[in-house]
Design a protein around this ligand. Structure first.
Ligand code: ADP
Length: 320
C-alpha cells in the first residue's frame, strides 16, 4: 500500500480534526502518502481530493468541526454513486480509506468495501456514543461536558425562580448523553428511550419535592424518548399535574466547541490505529477502545450489535 485517503462523514463531532491529524501523521510516518476528501461521500463522488502534508494538519487538534468538512450524501446510497466513488479512488491510486463518522457512514463504507474490494477502516466519531465495539466515540465527552455546563446554568435560574425545567439533549435513538449528563447534573429525572418513561411517577416525584420546599427541579430528556420531545412532555406533565415548566432544547451547541482532552487523546489513538489497521489488512473493520486497549471489530458489528447503557448509571439516575 502506497497511498490512502481520509474523510469525515455524517454528523460532525468535536475531535474529528484531532483524528484527521493523527491519521495524516501516522500515514506519513509509515511512508504512505495521504489524500483528504472534502465533504464526505459527496466529495468522494465529486472527485474533491486534496493531498495532505504534515503542516496541513498543524494547529487543528484543538478545533471543533472538521477541516475536511462533512456532508450527508443521497447519491452514495445508490450503486451508481458508489461506482463513481470507487472510480475516483482508483484514479487517485488510493488503496485504502479511513472513514471518520457514525453508523450511517460505516454502512456506506461497508458497501464500498464489499462491492469494490476497497480496504476501509472506520473510526467512530459521533456525539451520540451509540456504536458497539468502543467504550466511547469521539465527540461524546465534549458534547456531554457542553450539555453539563449548560444544565448547571439552567439550575441557577431554576433555583432563583422556583421553576421546573425540562432540558432536551441530543442522542438520536440512544440515551447515552442524557444519562451521563442527567447523573452529572443531579437531575431529578432522566427520560431515555432505553427505559420505559412513566410521566405519572415523574410528576409525583416533582410534586413531592415541591411539597418539601425543593422548588428547583430539572428533568433531562433524550431527544429520542418515547414520551415525546421536551415540548410534548411539558404539555403532558401540565395536563396530568398542573405543573408548568420551562423548556431548554440544547440542540447543535452540543456538536460544537473545542474537544476535551479525553476526545483529543481518543481521536489521536484511533486515527493512528486506523492507519496501522489498513496496513495490517484488517478491512473492513472499526477501530475502538475498550478498557484502555485498542480493539478491531468487523465494521458491521458496530451497528448490528446494540451497545448497552451502564446499568449502574440507570440506577443512579433513578435513585440519587
Ligand atoms: P452518521 O455517519 O453520522 O451516522 P448518516 O447516517 O447521515 O451519518 O450517514 C452519512 C452518510 O453515509 C449518508 O448521507 C450516506 O451518504 C451514507 N450512508 C448511510 N447509510 C448508507 C447505506 N445503507 N448505504 C450506503 N451509504 C450509506
Amino acid at each position: 500500500m502506497k497511498k490512502i485517503a481520509v474523510l469525515t462523514s455524517g454528523g460532525d463531532a468535536p475531535g474529528m480534526n484531532a483524528c484527521i491529524r493523527a491519521t495524516v501523521r501516522r500515514a506519513l510516518n509509515r511512508g504512505l502518502s495521504i489524500s483528504g476528501i472534502r465533504k464526505g461521500y459527496e466529495g468522494l463522488i465529486d472527485n474533491d481530493f486534496v493531498e495532505l502534508k504534515s503542516s496541513d494538519v498543524s494547529n487543528i487538534i484543538q478545533r471543533g468541526g472538521t477541516i475536511l468538512h462533512t456532508a450527508r450524501s443521497e447519491r452514495f446510497f445508490t450503486l451508481e454513486g458508489r461506482g463513481r466513488a470507487a472510480a475516483n479512488l482508483e484514479e487517485h491510486e488510493v488503496e485504502g480509506l479511513v472513514v471518520i463518522g457514525g453508523d450511517g457512514s460505516f454502512r456506506g463504507a461497508d458497501a464500498l468495501a464489499t462491492e469494490y474490494s476497497i480496504p476501509v477502516v472506520g473510526v467512530p466519531a459521533t456525539i451520540d456514543n451509540d456504536l458497539w465495539g468502543t467504550d466511547l466515540t469521539i465527540g461524546f465527552d465534549t458534547a456531554v461536558n457542553t450539555a453539563l455546563d449548560a444544565i448547571d446554568k439552567v439550575r441557577d435560574t431554576a433555583a432563583a425562580h422556583d421553576r421546573l425545567f425540562i432540558v432536551e439533549v441530543m442522542g438520536r435513538s440512544a440515551g447515552f448523553i442524557a444519562l451521563e449528563v442527567g447523573v452529572g447534573a443531579g437531575a431529578e429525572a432522566v427520560l431515555i428511550p432505553e427505559t420505559p418513561t412513566d410521566l405519572e411517577k415523574v410528576c409525583a416525584k416533582v410534586k413531592d419535592r415541591v411539597s418539601r420546599g425543593r422548588t428547583s427541579n430539572i428533568l433531562v430528556v433524550a431527544e429520542g424518548d418515547e414520551a415525546g420531545n421536551a415540548f410534548e412532555i411539558a404539555r403532558k406533565i401540565e395536563d396530568m399535574s398542573g405543573l408548568k415548566s420551562r423548556i431548554t432544547v440544547l440542540g447543535h451547541v452540543q456538536r460544537g466547541g473545542s474537544p476535551t482532552t479525553t476526545d483529543r487523546v481518543l481521536a489521536s489513538k484511533l486515527g493512528w490505529a486506523a492507519v496501522d489497521a489498513l496496513l495490517d489488512g484488517a478491512s473492513p473493520c472499526m477501530i475502538g477502545e475498550i478498557s484502555s486497549s485498542i480493539t478491531h471489530i468487523p465494521l458491521r458489528d458496530s451497528w448490528t450489535k446494540r451497545k448497552q447503557l451502564d446499568p449502574l448509571l440507570i440506577t443512579l439516575s433513578e435513585n440519587l
